[in-house]
Write a protein that binds this ligand. Sequence first.
Ligand SMILES: [Zn+2]
Ligand SMILES: [Zn+2]
Length: 383
Amino acid sequence: MEHRNSLNVINSSFLIGMPLLAIVSVVFYSLQYGISWVEPLIFVAFYLACGLSITAGYHRLFSHRTHKAAWPMRLFYALFGAAAFQNSAIKWCSDHRRHHLKTDKEEDPYTVKKGFMWAHMGWVMVDQGEEIVEHVEDLQADKILAWQDRHIFLIGFLVGIVLPGAVGYLALGGTHGFLGGMIYGGFLRVVVVHHATFLINSAAHTWGTQPYSTANTSRDSPILSFLTFGEGYHNFHHTFQADYRNGHKWYHWDPSKWWIKVASWFGMTKDLHKIPKKSIESQKMKTAFEQSSGSEDVSSEVQAKLTHCVQQLRKGFTDLMKRREEYKLAKMERKKESKEAWKQRKEAHKARIKACKEQIAQARMEFKQLMQSIKVNQPIASV
Ligand SMILES: [Zn+2]
Ligand SMILES: [Zn+2]
């Protein structure tokens, strides 16, 4: 495939000009007016609104369809997503779906194989032939998104620059207030949200661990999740892109997941899709095995042991889910029986749950031994 690469003057001027404008205006504003608690507050509010519109909206809802959202939610994402100045949801998702479909290949618009800076922002600054918008018919059929696509720059300017200025005007008054809101909630915030998002394409494809798959360059970088509303668990995301969570454990820092979950309590989101735990855990086991055995050919005996461990683990999790469900049902019905009878039944339920957990632990133990045996055998195999 032949590409005629040339500089995209508008995008390049924006990506280089905005940080300069942000720095100069913050310095000018500080010398002229100082700073109160209002400016940082406007910054944080717009950082949250625009950041979440990209991660929970553009990414997890529109690109991956991991859940459904009511129209006020989609409108919110359309407005504040535009204010993030990362193009319309339709174009953003077209690029992003291609990124998943062709990860690390020539067709991947922001492949890290062309370098860290290319994946970070270079790809936005260079015209790569004709713009392709594909595989987004579902989004084009959404009236809110089609409207956003038609007026993307006007909406971005009004919601991303004028609105924070207006908030500043209301809070502090006069030119002082308007400038404060515009500079902190507009200019500076645009730059921070930009680079936080860009880091997912560059850093999350360069640094971190690969617990779920080594098929592509995506990595889990929990530290990045603090800057990007949970998007740092990128190896998990590339492996299980239909999951509305990126950090799948309850303690994983993933504010986008919490936002989507809390919205579901108010009927604003529904059909939150989760990959079953047994699939996640068995995938993790297989990946750890692949990483440990490397390119070495493993014997059929070792392969059979691995398959056994994976099957045991999956069965353990399937049973555990069933037993927990049964216990939950039993708890709801317990009023019908005497205290003593319930006590006995409760103990029986608990014992069965414990047995499942032991089965899981046993599978993990056998797997650990298997991994150790590979490590012991490796130097001999390489002689
Ligand atoms: Zn994605
Ligand atoms: Zn990626």
